[in-house]
Design a protein around this ligand. Sequence first.
Ligand code: ZN
Length: 388
Amino acid sequence: MSSQGSSKIGSTKGGRDPFWAHGEKVEEKDTNRIRCRYCAQIVSGGISRLKNHLAGQRGNVRPCSKVPDDVKSQATSSLSSSLVNKQAKMARQAREDANTYIARWVYEAGVPFNVCALPSFDHMLQAIGKVGPGLRGPSIYDLREKHLKKEVVYSIIFNAKFWADVELSISIFAPLVKVLRRADGDEPSMGWLYGDMLKAKEEIALALENKEARYLPIWKLIDARWQSKLSTPLHLAGYFLNPFFYYSSWESVERDGRFMDSIIECMSKMYARNTSIQDRISDQICLYRNQEGSFGRDAAKRQRCSNSLNLGKKNFFCMSNIIYLQSKFSFTQLFVFLVNWWKLHANSAPELKDMAIRVLSLTTSSSGCERNWSTFEMVICFTFLYLQ
Ligand SMILES: [Zn+2]
């Protein structure tokens, strides 16, 4: 057929499109205007437009009235496959563009290339794709204040090491919190705070597996603040005059000169103008230390570490007794136990008894405790740094 032959010559696409068989060029060098082989209508717009005509697609061109059915269906499927091809090509181009922009951004921002291997990178691309065209990125402010902060929280929550650290931190701070909370009240706590803090330090060491390299830095931090605030002569005297502590840690108290210095200092201040009372108290301190006079009676010894103070429990002894007492009772209740002990068993030492009751009835100043809370915060910061 002549029309087939001429279409092959005239086609801009090398005559490869088989639909040139169904039309012919109106003029030899013009591939735009094609005459339909069936109805002789002239179609402007090249071979694609001829396909529209043959397929009977309305819109750009009038449908062919004489096209055979098989040609019509060929034209229809050719048009739809070329639409698919066109879409695929556009998609390939869009993907190529996206990759170019990603590469440009990575290059300009100096981002390490391997970030593209992160799962979060893939999540980001998927999410952007879902939004589709027109997505605007977050502002710098939103990124910093809102999204990045949220991410930090998210990464902390899903970080196993963080939670292990929190657990350890709690085991370190719980003992301190307990001491400071008790110290913050208005109850007579002077006989207990120093011992409480010693116990807290022991608990912290235990939480750190008694490894010096781990607990000593924290102890030092506590001591640095605490020694000026809770380790006053009054607190040391309170520890000394608490028979529950004194006799159970007799050796270390006697070895540590600060306790005796503190007792003498408190006595000198409390009875500044009465040297004869001072002298009597000094003698009576010796009775107390040596468990002589009324202090030496079996009942006095028993009741400073047994259940004789009507605590409702039988047969618990010195240190465990103290721990039990401290966890079970308020400072006011503990104070009553101490005062009862002194009233019952200090008749050989009436002046020391009065002094002991006065010292033991003191509260710990709340301002001092506020300073200790800030020490506590410092310990928290330190521990987090130290754990990392
Ligand atoms: Zn036609």
